[in-house]
Design a protein around this ligand. Sequence first.
Ligand SMILES: [Zn+2]
Length: 232
Amino acid sequence: MRFMSLASSSHGNAYIISDKETRILLECGLSRKKLQTLAGFMLSAFSACLVSHEHKDHSGCVADLIAAGIPVYMSQGTADALELETVAAIRHGEQFTVGSIDIVPFTTFHDAAEPLGFLFKSRADGDVLAFATDTVNLAYRFPGVNILAIEANYDQDILARSERIPEKTRHRITNSHMEIGTLCRYLRGLDLTECREVYLLHLSDAMSHEGRFINQVRRCMPAGVQVAACPK
Ligand SMILES: [Zn+2]
């Protein structure tokens, strides 16, 4: 399986997951035009779109995708929050399949109605990929995972030094997004012997440090694993 980031920030998120047979759009938090331009091919080439939660930077052009006839999957809570009826409702722990890719949604921890992360397994090449963004922490271990795409939003030391951030914003960040130290502790608890690639998602504009985050995560991984931060 391949993981590709088109956009990864609080201004918009969109990713592509593909194997030889199936191409899935993950998040659609951009305008249709921008998504089309960044993807570089017709949106109809996507077998489906999955949306993790209702926030605009993840769901921006979902109505356009539905209008274009692309099957859209999200939790019932997300669909209700977006006031959408023509979507496929998916639930934590209940596997479904898009083309050659089996998908198991799992609960994430965010200030949204019913947010989900996704575990993908390709029947075409056997790869396992875990995707989780906008979540304070993770409760699952993903045995045999080959590719990890996980939020690394902020550094608590940078946040602590940022005196101009209002208390309300500070509270929201710490209760809805993944801190780099939390991510590292989580990674150290995983069996990563099969892991090849790690993608860091949704780095905060002001409260992250790309180079340091990559180095911190690298130190948690077996030698030879590629670690990259997705461009904003
Ligand atoms: Zn969000």
